[in-house]
Design a protein around this ligand. Structure first.
Ligand code: PGA
Length: 244
């Protein structure tokens, strides 16, 4: 269960959030829990989560180790700060920052090199779904961004299926729609990396997950977890999702 805070909260707010969140999930050993705050809040998040099972992730990284790349942050730096995860290719990165599949591959490889678990996002736009192109888009994203990985690299990643039309809109995909997309992604994994990899890969659903719809989504065998935006900004609400 991963919380994507996007561009919300200061370091002080991060500290207060995790202080309140910790006791609510102290007994939640049924899943991995990850919070992904903005870059400046990562040290405060790592410090406050120390000694708990809560992992801290970033929302993006650059593939280089260091260099003249103004405004970017490397996997090396995220590792040094104590991150365990990093979100890659969120649809907002794809849409607003034009991240492309070749960059996804480079970012995943860099994350793995620095010991970070990549949470790689895929998903179709509303127009693509309405045009019946959902599977084509998922195929393009898988073939371009994930198929080039080695089986060893692929074994360490988490996939998040996030239909773009469901993000921040309150329009959650039905459990059936999400499940169908997950099954399709899993079939791509099986075709490229084998049945064992297909069965083992964790596929999270993201897009308007809330405390009152998480249970129905998690009841689907294909759905292994959730990547939560808006509803992860409040510790009680995110804890309710974790403890669905
Ligand atoms: P949302 O965002 O839960 O606010 O829809 C999900 C995401 O963008 O990861």
């Amino acid at each position: 269960m991963a919380g994507n805070w996007k561009m919300y909260k200061t370091p002080a707010e991060t500290h207060n959030y995790i202080e309140a969140f910790k006791p609510l999930v102290a007994a939640s050993t049924h899943c991995d829990i990850v919070l992904c705050p903005p870059f400046p809040n990562l040290p405060a998040a790592v410090a406050e989560a120390a000694g708990t099972t809560i992992g801290i992730g970033a929302q993006n990284l650059h593939w280089g180790k260091e260099g003249a790349v103004t405004g970017e942050v490397s996997g090396h730096m995220l590792q040094a700060v104590g991150c365990s995860h990093v979100i890659i290719a969120h649809s907002e990165r794809r849409q607003y920052f034009k991240e492309s599949e070749p960059e996804v591959v480079k970012k995943v490889e860099a994350a793995l090199e620095w010991g970070l678990t990549p949470i790689v996002c895929v998903g179709e736009l509303l127009a693509e779904r309405e045009a019946g192109r959902t599977e084509d888009v998922l195929s393009e994203q898988f073939d371009g961004g994930l198929a080039p990985l080695t089986p060893e690299q692929f074994a360490k990643i988490v996939i998040a299926y996030e239909p773009v039309w469901a993000i921040g809109t309150g329009k959650v995909a039905t459990p059936q729609m999400a499940s169908d997309a997950h099954r399709f992604i899993r079939s791509k994994v099986t075709a490229r990396f084998g049945a064992e990899a297909g069965a083992a890969v964790r596929i999270l659903y993201g897009g308007s997950v809330k405390p009152d719809n998480v249970k129905g989504l998690m009841a689907e065998e294909e759905i292994d977890g959730a990547l939560v935006g808006g509803a992860s900004l409040d510790p009680k609400s995110f804890a309710a999702i974790v403890n669905y």
